[in-house]
Design a protein. Structure first.
Length: 189
């Protein structure tokens, strides 16, 4: 897939969008497109609906934390898009938040690719990116009362993990009661 051509096609179809090709110097050479937040949803819709691209499948969504030396920086979300119809991909697209603290909102791509739903929830949960337009944005791995984002580079592990709201004692008690009941009934162990 010619990324320069894709970029120029997007710019012609979505007036005012600001795109940047992010060069990947690794052996894979898998370059990506950085989308501006304001036009990202329109660009993604074009990528899905364009008859030449037909990027109808979002296989992966992940987050990246890019803190700077002052503790600000930004959060980045990376999507890998494929065409099951045209048999090409991936096209990697990125979006960045304004910062890591207050301006962490990005548009959700879940309305375009349903496969992004749980993965955007994971990025929200672990990095703190708020996806505007997501149909069910809530924690998916951490419990509701958890107040941080454990994949951020400045996350500090707690000294005591005992605060986790699980019912370890209640589960152990039920297991022992069950075991005792089997012994009294003469059941197999």
């Amino acid at each position: 897939m010619n990324l320069e051509k894709v970029k120029s096609d997007i710019e012609a179809a979505v007036p005012g969008c600001r795109l940047q090709i992010v060069v990947n110097g690794s052996p894979s050479g898998q370059h990506s497109l950085l989308l501006d937040r304001e036009h990202a949803f329109a660009v993604a819709k074009f990528l899905r609906d364009d008859p030449e691209l037909c990027l109808d499948y979002c296989s992966n969504v992940t987050g990246v934390d890019w803190p700077d030396t002052e503790g600000s920086g930004y959060l980045e979300v990376v999507y890998h898009l494929y065409s099951t119809v045209k048999k090409h991909g991936p096209l990697t697209v990125r979006m960045r938040t304004e910062d890591r603290k207050d301006a962490v909102n990005l548009p959700s791509f879940t309305p375009l690719w349903r496969s992004a739903e749980f993965q955007e929830r994971e990025v929200f949960d672990l990095y703190g990116v708020v996806f505007d337009g997501h149909p069910d944005l809530r924690r998916i791995l951490m419990w509701d009362g958890f107040e941080d984002h454990p994949m951020r580079k400045d996350y500090v592990d707690p000294d005591d993990y005992e605060y986790e709201p699980t019912a370890h004692d209640a589960v152990l008690k039920r297991a022992l009661e069950h075991s005792n009941r089997d012994e009294k009934a003469g059941g197999c162990q």
